[in-house]
Write a protein that binds this ligand. Sequence first.
Ligand SMILES: C[S@@+](CC[C@H](N)C(=O)[O-])C[C@H]1O[C@@H](n2cnc3c(N)ncnc32)[C@H](O)[C@@H]1O
Length: 343
Amino acid sequence: MGKPLPHDLISQASGLIAGDELKKAALDYSRAMREKVERDQGGLLSVFDGWFARVVRRLTEFDASHPWEESVRENAAQSPAAEDLQWDLLRLRLFLDRWRRGRFVTFAERERSQIHYHPRFGTEFSADVLLTCQGAPSLMRWRGQPLMKNVFDFAMYPALISDVRPRTIFEVGSGLGASAAWFADHMTFCGIDGRVHSVDRAKAQMEHPRVSFYQGDCRSPEKLFAPELLGTEPHPWLVVEDAHQNVVAVLQEFHKFLLPGDYLVVEDSDVKRDALRSFLGAHPGSYLVDTRYTDNFGRNATCAADSIFVRTKADERAFRLTLAGAEGDKEIAFATSSPGLPR
Ligand SMILES: C[S@@+](CC[C@H](N)C(=O)[O-])C[C@H]1O[C@@H](n2cnc3c(N)ncnc32)[C@H](O)[C@@H]1O
């Protein structure tokens, strides 16, 4: 804490939540945080909770008729020892600016607010963290095989699987197979009766009782998985694109089958922004970024920057498929309702 801020970040902070709006959001979040600490944490504060409470306490000691941004600037000019508070205020503004937008946000809105963050990765930390967080010099391993996930995603996917409870996971880009086995094991840990289908140019050699590995090529996206499989595997789905080839066409293929409440994760999206713009532009209103998973450890603390999506509405074809394969009213109701949008 207290490190000097990059100059460009300070100047861009002018677009962040400020003035009375900032004060109101801070008080709203303080209230929500107190409830959460009592309800979920047995009264114990996390590092972030404690920091937030301390910073807001310091800020509320300033003259209430002035914006905090002004008071903190003046205070730092008078007393260099108080410069830390500038750093704190910027972190607070970044956090509250995101929090007030709610959990589900459009990709376009995320792109607009990217101005405040790392230009390529959209993070609030710099690229040095991303450089080593997959493991350096060694990758993490699962069931003895190298797993190409970073430490943030190593925590994010289990949370997503536990919350969403996908009945089917499709993975494009098996690698050596460890990630598919890891997904399947987490389904088991969560008591989910489900299956993973994973495809790569060369079929992965790994074996797992709940994973089917396939050979397929993204250059023929319609052949990655059999249409009968896509038409019958139970929802909700988690689809993970991790092959980085022919991305728009691959996503387009899955789009025909995804239903509301299904999740789509596009990994290493820092180099796929054009593809995402193109795909999402063709399906306005059909996908929202779920910031519970992109931002829980800080904005875009994931390799899937701005690209952990929930499908929000069905197109006609997916809806007809669901009706045709419906196991009962429950599945029809699922296809027609939007996912709940809690904070
Ligand atoms: C980053 S690795 C996957 C890592 C794995 N999902 C993990 O997390 O451990 C990307 C994979 O995509 C595969 N791939 C690349 N081009 C492909 C294509 N055209 N069709 C299918 N798979 C492809 C590569 O063979 C490679 O195994």
